[in-house]
Design a protein around this ligand. Structure first.
Ligand SMILES: [Zn+2]
Length: 294
């Protein structure tokens, strides 16, 4: 039974490549004809929260600006936004839009968050009771007093879907998203479905290298404008399931930490938004030249 299923996957994979191969070798048309920009979250899912802004608000502003820049600088490339207003899409819909529009590149924009820091500042005695009726007695126990303070974590990172994962690893994917909002770990399609496995294999073989290349270019541009880069990261993570579900090179950019006041201010500022979108656009232009030539 398992063997039959595996041969089916292999056959399907071969057919995928067979279908793709002629288009690559015979055509001189640019390979990057459509770029999908996804403003992370939206609507009822506002993502991570800062002191006065939400992730969904920032990602939409950045995505709209990036859209404008790319339309100006790549007039013969189709730029498709998954959303242009504050609306909610399930991550499945976002992936569907990207696939339906036949994107050649999928760029997701997000803002990171880190949980508040909890430190023990002292202890206090708390009374509790044990027993019933006349045996009821009062006891005391010491409990810690906590103080929470904002997490100072800051910097950018760009994610690609981990390509080295085996199917067994895929089965072990669990939702332990501490840094992203719970909305990102909501129900996503079964990573073990035949369709998901085929896509994962196709993705990892054909698109992984390109995704890493673009991700590195993006992080490099961020360091040029003085941002702290945490680099290109791989994660088998439900929060970035959308990268694995799209049939194209795909990156997810964490543009900074909304839980760090300085970065929340920067990402909401005119200068910050201009710098960040300029950097992402520069990286995309360089990537397009690398793939398509001048
Ligand atoms: Zn997010």
């Amino acid at each position: 039974m398992i063997k039959t299923v595996k041969s089916f996957f292999l056959l399907a994979l071969v057919l995928f490549f067979a279908e793709l191969a002629p288009a690559q070798s015979t055509s001189k048309a640019p390979k990057i004809r459509t770029i999908i920009i996804d403003a992370g979250h939206g609507g009822t899912d506002q993502g991570a929260k800062g002191t006065y802004s939400t992730e969904a608000q920032i990602t939409l502003k950045l995505a709209l600006r990036l859209d404008t820049l790319l339309r100006e600088e790549l007039p013969s490339t189709r730029i498709v936004m998954t959303r242009t207003t504050d609306i909610f899409h399930h991550v499945r819909e976002k992936a569907d839009i990207a696939n339906r529009e036949k994107g050649d590149l999928f760029v997701c924009i997000h803002v990171n968050a880190a949980p508040p820091k909890k430190t023990i500042t002292g202890y206090k005695s708390v009374a509790y009771y044990k027993g019933k009726g006349s045996k009821r007695k009062k006891y005391y126990k010491k409990v810690p007093i906590y103080k929470t303070s904002p997490n100072p974590m800051f910097g950018t990172s760009t994610y690609v879907w981990a390509a080295d994962r085996s199917d067994e690893k895929a089965q072990g994917i669990i939702a332990d998203d501490r840094y992203e909002s719970s909305a990102e770990i909501m129900d996503v399609p079964d990573v073990n479905s035949p369709e998901a496995l085929i896509k994962a294999r196709l993705w990892s073989q054909k698109f992984f290298k390109n995704s890493v290349q673009l991700a590195s270019m993006i992080e490099n541009e961020f360091t040029v404008i003085g941002r702290k880069s945490m680099g290109v990261l791989q994660r088998n993570h439900m929060g970035i399931w959308v990268l694995q579900a799209t049939n194209m090179p795909a990156v997810l950019i964490e543009t900074g930490f909304i839980t760090n006041q300085e970065e929340e201010d920067y990402l909401n500022s005119e200068v910050g938004q201009a710098e960040m979108t300029r950097s992402i656009a520069n990286a995309i232009l360089k990537y397009k030249i690398a793939v398509d030539g001048k």
